[in-house]
Design a binder for this molecule. Structure first.
Ligand code: SF4
Length: 470
């Protein structure tokens, strides 16, 4: 028996806060995918401590109905449920066996990459005929200095939508932090502006604070004399009450279904990483330069820059090995020892089953899925340069003599052409391709190409070759 538990904040003062959770529970119940769908609350009944006792299932998935990660999702809910987990939750969720049942706990729905679809749906409702030429989108968050995560999700959503090119301008603004919502007439220049509040429910902020701060008088407000000329603002409903959130919840639950109840087991961790990638691939996914598109039960892979090109113009590959042999050389026929360098060849497409997709992704970007997933679980350890250098022997031992400036100089040339972010040099990677940022891939340790280039630098032989991989 499988159960889904939706956890809301609830309120001691009014029943409104729980309404959205009840609505989603109803919507998901109607689809009949779970034997039961149960609600639980922090401030109402059943409480977080009681809720697990209300189900007799042996397989329980718990979804926090929150818009961002933070104290509640990372500390309070896991503690109250007795999960024995504290802190950030990986994209595939965490799982524990509690009282004989497997309990899977996911990220809050608001941080799932498919929430951008919900923002777009809200924008379309408010302004059905928007066009990229003259319409700006404001993604409006609460923002707070106490919890930095709450603004990250807004910035990420704005970045993803901006990249899609559907609006003249996309801007993240906040009620409680800079850039503040009241600055919109200065920062937005498009004549039409659609505002989508990234809020969990309709309430004081969406009904009063936001309209007041923006000077809105209703769903559509005209501003004839703004600094950038006449502007019309279309005010959308909050994302958290859109029916499509039910789909986001189901995506989260599906992705957590691969979560196994023993953390720390390397093989299981790998399986969880792949289950997460496959689940995302079912809705379309970009990893680095490669785009994966689901197509009636199979998957198509191609270079992202070949997006939209007719299949007949591309060489069709039908096996993972075909992908491997193609992707090992760049368009000039040069060998590609590091696959995350931004020189993947174009002009091909691969049509593969789900099973083959996994092998093809592995060939296209070896170890990238496992390392990126480990990074999101805070389990990827970076190896600083001195440790890598000390390990080198034979002709490479001389890299130990490289000064930090020399290493940085070489890395500046070599790594600039690479998708990876150098964790080993202290760089930070907050979003990965699992969050919808295609180039977000960690580099935990200097690769052999970089080591070889540092050796050339130390020998004084580097020069014209700078920036080129061997
Ligand atoms: S060391 Fe630089 S070039 Fe090598 S994988 Fe890392 S980021 Fe890429």
């Amino acid at each position: 028996m499988r159960s889904l538990i939706l956890i809301g904040h609830g309120s001691h003062l009014n029943g409104e806060s729980a309404t959205a959770v009840y609505r989603y529970a109803d919507l998901i119940r109607e689809r009949g995918l779970y034997d039961e769908v149960v609600e639980g609350y922090w401030k109402e009944e059943p409480s977080l401590r009681q809720v697990l006792r209300t189900t007799s299932s042996t397989d329980v998935t718990v979804i926090p109905m929150f818009i961002s990660e933070g104290y509640f999702t990372e500390v309070v809910i896991p503690r109250e449920l007795g999960l024995g987990h504290q802190g950030p939750v990986p994209p595939g969720g965490v799982a524990r066996v509690i009282g004989g049942r497997t309990v899977r706990y996911t990220l809050p729905y608001g941080v799932h990459p498919s929430m951008t679809d919900v923002i777009l749906a809200r924008a379309r409702e408010a302004l059905p005929d928007f066009s990229a030429q003259d319409t700006a989108l404001i993604v409006l968050g609460h923002g707070t200095t106490r919890n930095e995560n709450s603004n990250k999700v807004i910035y990420r959503a704005a970045d993803l939508i901006r990249e899609s090119g559907q609006f003249a301008q996309v801007q993240a603004l906040f009620l409680d932090e800079e850039p503040k919502v009241g600055t919109w007439p200065e920062v937005i220049s498009a004549p039409r502006v659609v505002v989508v509040p990234f809020f969990a429910s309709e309430g004081w902020h969406t009904l009063e604070t936001i309209p007041e701060d923006m000077g809105l008088t209703g769903e559509v407000t005209a501003f004839p004399e703004n600094p950038h000329g006449a502007q019309t603002v279309y005010y959308a409903k909050p994302v958290g009450t859109h029916p499509a959130v039910a789909d986001v919840i189901l995506h989260l639950a599906q992705e957590a279904s691969g979560a196994l109840a023993q953390d720390g087991d390397v093989e299981r961790g790998h399986e969880q990483a792949w289950q997460t990638v496959l689940s995302r691939a079912r809705r379309g996914l970009r990893i680095g330069e490669v785009m994966i598109t689901p197509d009636s039960g199979v998957y198509e892979l191609r270079h992202a820059l070949d997006e939209g090109r007719p299949g007949a113009e591309l060489r069709t590959l039908v096996t993972p090995e075909g992908v491997r042999d193609t992707i090992r050389k760049d368009d000039g026929g040069e060998h590609r020892p590091v696959h995350t360098l931004r020189n993947a060849p174009r002009g091909w497409r691969a049509v593969l089953s789900e099973e083959d997709l996994r092998r093809a992704v592995h060939y296209a970007y070896p170890a990238v899925v496992e390392e990126t997933y480990a990074h999101t679980c805070h389990a990827l350890r970076a190896t600083p340069w001195p440790t890598t250098a000390r390990r080198q022997t034979g002709i490479y031992a001389k890299v130990q003599k490289a000064t930090p400036e020399q290493v940085e100089h070489v890395a500046h040339d070599v790594c600039t052409s690479c998708l990876r972010t150098r964790l080993w040099a202290g760089e930070k990677l907050t979003h990965t391709f699992l969050d919808g940022v295609p180039g977000g891939i960690p580099c935990a340790e200097a690769c052999t190409v970089l080591v070889a280039e540092v050796r050339e630098e130390v020998s004084g032989k580097r020069g014209e070759k700078a920036g080129h991989a061997h």
